[in-house]
Design a protein around this ligand. Sequence first.
Ligand SMILES: [Zn+2]
Length: 312
Amino acid sequence: MAQFNSRSGSESPFGAANGGQSIQRSKSRNGSTKRSREGESDPAGPNGTHAIGERRSSVSKPARDFRDEPPKKKKRKKVRDVAPVEEAGESSTRSPSPVIDFDGLSRPSVGTRERLEESDEQSKNRLERMKGAVRTLLECVGEDADREGLLATPERYAKALLTFTRGYQENVRDIVNGAIFQEGHNEMVIVKDIEIFSMCEHHLVPFTGKMHIGYIPANAVIGISKLPRIAEMFARRLQIQERLTKEVANAIMDVLKPQGVAVVMESSHLCMVMRGVEKTTTSTITSCVLGCFERKEKTRNEFLSLIGVNRR
Ligand SMILES: [Zn+2]
């Protein structure tokens, strides 16, 4: 290996840049003569070695068959059409300071408003649709949806899912309910180890962990039980941990107008633990610091050491 490396390095200027490739080639062909031939034949055409020659020509030539071209262009156009929309959607939910909509549902969509304002009949209809969908899922995983143990599962799961996502029917204003008090207090307030159960929006499986919330009042303090409830409201939606952390921080910033807010969350994602990398001890830590926590390193460090993140 070392030999080949040094050879290719001395032979051609591409040796250094294509280090990995030249090693593979020399491994398979065992000779420097063929390698140099390859270099000559590549620009000319697919004469030298098949795999590499074909690959390169498909990149350099527009298309082998003109019929291939329109679909390719269409695909590209589709991607272009979709991409900006996605980006816009993401940036609107992940902007540094999203406005908390107090008349609505703090990140409302058509669906959330429908859910909040639905009649009893619409609610029943929603449950029926969900039951049908769960039954389909059961069938698709290879189960007999009519066997005794599963008979009531569609309804149970539909109701459970509505509970897991009940945050869509809550809003910050109702939760705070005027519990803001002018105390003239200006020292750091921390509520730590708030248990969080949320749902990963990418896999629809839970992620669970603990959230730590700190703020420095500008005279006004918020009822201390409100902080876990605000966290709960955002957790009981389809989430990603990064956005959940940010939404909680921004909501407190908006409703209380303190000198600063810091939110740290550490959690374990079942989509990571049960599938994919399957690392059961992995935890993901996210943080969002606003106001004086963002400006002053000393304040931020004080918060981090008080919640115990620095110690690990
Ligand atoms: Zn996931």
